[in-house]
Every structure is written in C-alpha cells, then in structure tokens.
Design a protein around this ligand. Structure first.
Ligand code: NAD
Length: 323
C-alpha cells in the first residue's frame, strides 16, 4: 500500500505521516515545496519518501499520484497573513494544485481526501455551521476571501469529479487545528501566544478579543481524517472537523498566561492596524459536528488546556535544544 500526503512536511501533514507510521507499514510519499512546512517535522524512516516539489507541477503530481493507492491533499498556501501578503501565489497553489491532484486521481479512481477549511463559511453569523449551510463571504477586493473561495472551488471540483467520474472523495473542513509543530509566523494564534508568553513579550490580541474559535488537537483531527477515508459512508461527502467548544481569544490569552506562568501583559491591537482598513474577521467560528459523529463516531478527546500544555512543552524543549 502506498499513500501520498501533499503538504506532508507541514503541521497537519506531518502528524498524518506519524499516524501512518504508527499504525501501518505503508509506503508514504510526500510532495511538499517546504514553503511553510519543514523537513525537521518528518520522522527519519525508510517508509517516508519526501519529494521536494510543487503541487502546481502537473507532471510531478501525475507521477506520484499514479504510484499511490490513496491521496491526502493537504498542500496549500495557509495563514491569514500569508494569504494577505501573497494573494496570487496563494490562489494558484490552492486552485491549480488541487485540480492537478483531482484530475490525475480521477484517471485511476484513486481515493482523495481534500483539506478544506472553516473559512469557506466566511462571516456567516449563523453558528454552529453545518456542512450544507449558506456561505457568506466578502468582496473580491479583500484577499482573505480569495482563500475562502479557492477552498470552496476545491470542494466543488472534488464533488464534481465524484459525481461525473465516480472518484472516491472526502472533503474535510478543518476548524482551528492546533498542537505541536504549528508555527506562529503566518498568523496562527496558539503558537504566537505561547511564544510571546514564554519570551515575556506582550500577548497581541487582534481586535477586542471577544471573537471566539474552537480549537482541536491535531492528533484528534488526524484520527478523524484517517477514519473518514476508511469509512465507505463518508465517500462523496463534506465534513466539519473540529471541536465545538468555543473559546474567546481573550480567554485563550489568559489560559496561555496561566499554563506558561508568564507575566506578559495582553495588548489589544485593532485589526486595521495589524492588517489593513479592509480586513474582516468573523466573530464566531463553531462547527456542527453531528455529521462527523454519526458517520465515524468521532468526538475530540483533548481539552484546550491539554493542547496548550503540549504546545508549551514542545516550545520549551525547542528552546532548550537550541541553547
Ligand atoms: P502547513 O502550512 O503546515 O501545511 C501546508 C503544507 O503545504 C506546508 O508543508 C507547505 O510547505 C506545503 N505547500 C504549500 N504550498 C505548496 C505548493 N505549492 N506545493 C507543495 N507544497 C506546498 O499548514 P497546515 O495547518 O498543516 O494545513 C494543512 C491543510 O489544512 C491546508 O490545506 C490548510 O488549508 C488546511 N487547514 C488547516 C487548518 C488549521 O487549523 N491548521 C484550518 C483549516 C484548513
């Protein structure tokens, strides 16, 4: 059995690789251009074959997809700051890359998992979000909605291949997946807060901090992904993957301060100052996970405190190793 994980050197991808190594003897191909991912995320194993390349390279994608029995397509331009600063590159990666994967997989009927995002719901005020709910996205002049729409287009494309070519596909919409190995530099909130707290720097909360998010441990999310790909009833469906426990960003900052024992202060920065005048931030992001629960019996196991403890422990180990 051979598995392809695109974006496998990234945060979620590398945890999926670990899951496969722990539970199977599959050959694991990775395609990753090491842009936001890192080789250090990967375990040293003869089962793992990292091909450094771009998912926009259709010849490369065709070659590796053809050698694989199942594909997890996670490669993408991610992170709000990254998307806002590099809109064109982000759109090309997130649209062309996905089309390359799906078009090739459709030729051989190779099952594909498509990593989508809670961003597709946009700024809809109707929480919790169910998979078939309407999407409310902003104007084309605001780059973040380009990411939301690219991911939505990926979903349309995957479902169209399923419909017309019987391609086995599962679409997973991740909601704030967090844990060890996630990096803060592209705008991810948990690693950013933890690093600021450990350094004794101010914790920078954008806006008034009352906006809420639901945080899921990457280990729990990866288990859901694997289970979905091994459940026939999931084929051709879209699933929310995430915890349904909302936490405000102010509360998150407080939990980080308590767990790290840091005396950093919390500093609120207006969104317009952190990004630009047009920036929009949805106030609530909460998944309805009943479809996921009914299909694979999944519920997230890890509490927010446990997630934060794991991240803090990893960051402390990294600091010790580099000093
Ligand atoms: P990540 O940045 O760690 O992983 C993305 C990986 O894709 C990186 O290793 C990066 O180097 C690689 N990559 C980027 N552009 C590429 C290209 N053109 N060709 C080949 N490789 C490329 O981020 P992640 O959090 O692990 O995200 C994985 C997937 O999950 C993405 O599709 C993302 O949109 C989705 N997602 C993640 C979250 C989350 O909370 N982490 C939320 C919603 C959706």
């Amino acid at each position: 059995m051979a598995v392809l994980v695109t974006g496998g050197a990234g945060f979620i991808g590398s945890h999926l690789v670990n899951y496969y190594l722990r539970n199977t003897d599959s050959k694991i191909f990775l395609i990753d251009n090491i842009s936001t991912g890192q080789k250090e995320n990967l375990p040293k194993s003869s089962q793992v074959d990292l091909i450094e390349g771009d998912v926009r390279d259709s010849a490369l994608v065709e070659d590796i997809v053809r050698r694989s029995d199942v594909v997890y397509h996670l490669a993408a331009a991610v992170g709000v700051e990254n998307i806002v600063e590099n809109p064109l590159d982000s759109l090309q990666t997130n649209i062309e890359g996905t089309q390359n994967v799906l078009d090739t997989a459709a030729g051989d009927g190779t099952p594909v998992f498509i990593a989508s995002s809670s961003e597709v719901y946009g700024k809809s005020p109707e929480v919790p979000f169910s998979e078939d709910d309407d999407r409310v996205v902003g104007p084309t002049t605001v780059p973040r909605w380009g990411y939301a729409n690219a991911k939505a287009l990926d979903e349309f494309y995957a479902l169209a291949h399923h419909e017309e070519n019987d391609l086995p596909v599962v679409v997973g919409r991740f909601f704030n997946t967090v844990g060890p190995r996630q990096v803060g530099e592209y705008g991810m909130v948990v690693p950013t807060f933890v690093e600021q707290a450990l350094a004794g720097d101010p914790i920078t909360v954008y806006g008034d901090g009352t906006q809420t998010r639901c945080f899921t441990h990457v280990r729990d999310a990866v288990e859901a992904v694997h289970e979905l790909m091994n459940t026939p009833a999931a084929n051709g469906h879209v699933f929310n993957i995430g915890s349904s426990q909302p936490v405000s960003i102010n509360e998150l900052a407080e939990r980080v301060l308590e767990i790290t024992g840091s005396d950093s202060r919390v500093e609120h920065i207006p969104f317009e100052e952190a990004f630009d005048e047009d920036f929009e931030e949805p106030t609530r992001r909460e998944p309805d996970v009943s479809k996921l629960r009914e299909t694979i019996g999944w519920a997230p196991e890890t509490s927010l405190d446990r997630i934060l403890e794991d991240v803090v422990e990893e960051r402390r180990e990294n600091v010790e190793a580099s000093s």
